[in-house]
Design a protein around this ligand. Structure first.
Ligand SMILES: Cc1cc2nc3c(=O)[nH]c(=O)nc-3n(C[C@H](O)[C@H](O)[C@H](O)COP(=O)(O)OP(=O)(O)OC[C@H]3O[C@@H](n4cnc5c(N)ncnc54)[C@H](O)[C@@H]3O)c2cc1C
Length: 466
């Protein structure tokens, strides 16, 4: 195995011995070595500027574009590198570990947007958005809604209607990575002729039509990712900017947005954890305590911290890459174009929830342990560890949050997938019966009267039957 280098010297962190390289192809290892060089050359230095100045990492995106990474997963016939899900996890992890976690998160959203278009490719979408990617065209996903918080699959404040042969789109998003900086935004709204919250549609909106206020963005970590609110205010778009058929939103979420986002963002959390371990190795093997003649790394306590962090993080890395491999197998290495109604990645969604939960939990825990291992020196900004600590904390709270995920998994295991009820449509008879039991006869009559009046109102709003 080639040695890992940093500016022509042996890398100061963990060697390739501790990377699960049997999961990568030779080409993917070459791409990783190239990315590590790019991180050393400029991208890591830019991470500090993004963090200090809340600066969008555009220069890092230019570097990625110059080297073909903005179309990593796009088929070669459309100008891409034709790579698969495992390659995507490798790129996200490498960027976060050696370069810039904010860039890595913007990159996750970029490839998420690109992959959502490529789920339902049309000649128009390919010409306008896919072929120009390596001219540094940046995409992003805008799903979160101010009214529904981390339930990002529930676009309460957004809508679309038919207009002039195309569509008029209204979108309000509370958070959008690259908000105000992206060239195109893949957004989800309720469908025209909306029938209920599982009736969602996906559109692509050009950057010039998106109102954003990047100056409002200020956060604990991932400070360069500029995840501010955006608004699309009744913008008219041509019919060829709908992505997939109308009503395809839920399928598109399950088959593109969630799988790509979850394997990519989990890889960012794993990259941040590995980056913190690299820094801890560098510091603890160099710092000496003259009184006892030992380096910090010679204390068994510090060895325990690092050993446990490496094992836990590698468990998360192999877990993520294994799910990515499953998606590669189901999609013929990301070459299969799925018909509407066909699924492949979606069949592994409940695995993707698990990898995100574990990776986000792991990084939040072990960046703290690496800080403890480095002592007060790690608390100071010059070592860079404190940036990794702050960046790592975004994992747990980013939607789907870890609270939501562990409940999804526990509920699905115990009660079945239907019990998840994403759009609040299933009536919970047990809860209602339990609550009505608490009412006396008068209370029950009062409730029955209210329900009867509500039923009359609902009925009067329903379209008349022919
Ligand atoms: C750095 C960063 C970048 C982001 N980028 C994007 C982006 O590009 N695009 C995008 O669409 N969104 C993005 N988001 C938003 C993210 O996906 C979530 O929507 C957001 O973090 C939720 O924040 P909130 O304050 O609305 O949380 P809330 O939803 O109000 O949650 C508050 C608390 O309630 C808990 N909770 C919520 N629902 C349940 C439930 N059903 N059961 C149990 N507990 C529950 C949560 O876990 C949390 O502990 C980003 C977030 C961050 C931090």
């Amino acid at each position: 195995m080639a040695d890992k280098t940093w500016g022509g010297e042996p890398f100061w962190g963990l060697s390739y011995d501790w990377d699960p390289d049997w999961l990568l192809t030779e080409r993917q290892k070459e791409l990783r070595a190239k990315l590590i060089d790019l991180c050393e050359g400029e991208m890591r230095a830019n991470a500090k500027r993004s963090d200090d100045e809340l600066l969008y990492p555009r220069r890092n995106f230019e570097i990625l574009a110059e080297n073909g990474f903005l179309s990593l997963t796009v088929p070669e016939e459309y100008g891409g590198l034709g790579e698969n899900h495992v390659a995507f996890t490798m790129v996200c992890e490498t960027l976060a570990r050696y370069g810039c976690a904010s860039t890595a998160m913007c990159y996750v959203m970029h490839i998420g947007a690109v992959s959502t278009l490529m789920l339902r490719p049309t000649p128009e979408l390919i010409e306008k958005y896919i072929r120009p990617l390596n001219d540094c065209k940046i995409g992003t996903l805008s799903y979160s809604d101010p009214e529904t918080g981390s339930h990002f699959w529930y676009p309460f404040s957004s809508s679309a209607e038919r207009s002039n042969g195309g569509f008029k789109v209204n979108k309000k998003a509370s958070w959008t990575t690259s908000g105000g900086f992206a060239d195109f935004y893949v957004v989800q709204t309720t469908s025209p002729d909306f029938k209920g919250y599982d009736d969602l549609s996906v559109f692509v909106i050009d950057g010039e039509h998106v109102q954003a206020q990047p100056s409002l963005w200020d956060a604990l970590g991932l400070r360069g990712n500029q995840s501010g609110p955006i608004q699309v205010d009744g913008i008219e778009i041509p019919a060829d900017q709908v992505v997939g058929p109308l009503g395809d939103g839920a399928a598109s979420n399950d088959e593109a947005v969630d799988p790509w986002f979850l394997i990519g963002s989990s890889s960012v959390w794993n990259g941040i954890a590995m980056g913190a371990i690299d820094i801890a190795k560098r510091h603890t093997t160099r710092k000496r305590h003259v009184d006892v003649g030992m380096r910090v790394a010679d204390y068994p306590t510090i060895q325990d911290y690092v050993g446990e962090a490496v094992m836990d993080t590698n468990a998360c890395r192999v877990f993520v890459m294994s799910v990515a491999q499953a998606m590669d197998r189901a999609t013929d290495d990301n070459r299969r174009v799925l018909e509407v109604g066909e699924t492949a990645r979606a069949d592994f969604l409940h695995w993707a929830w698990q990898i995100k939960f574990e990776a986000a939990k792991n990084t939040a825990h072990h960046v703290d342990k690496m800080l403890h291992a480095c002592g007060g020196s790690g608390y100071k900004r010059d070592m860079e560890l404190e940036r990794y600590v702050r960046d790592a904390k975004a994992g747990w709270v980013m939607g789907p949050t870890n609270e939501v995920l562990r409940q999804f998994v526990g509920k699905a295991v115990l009660l079945g997938f239907d019990a998840l009820d994403y759009w609040n449509q299933t009536y919970n008879k047990r809860v209602v019966e339990n609550e009505t039991k608490k009412l006396d006869a008068a209370g029950k009559r009062e409730l029955a009267k209210e329900l009867s009046e509500q039923a009359d109102k609902d009925e009067s709003r329903e379209p008349a039957k022919a």
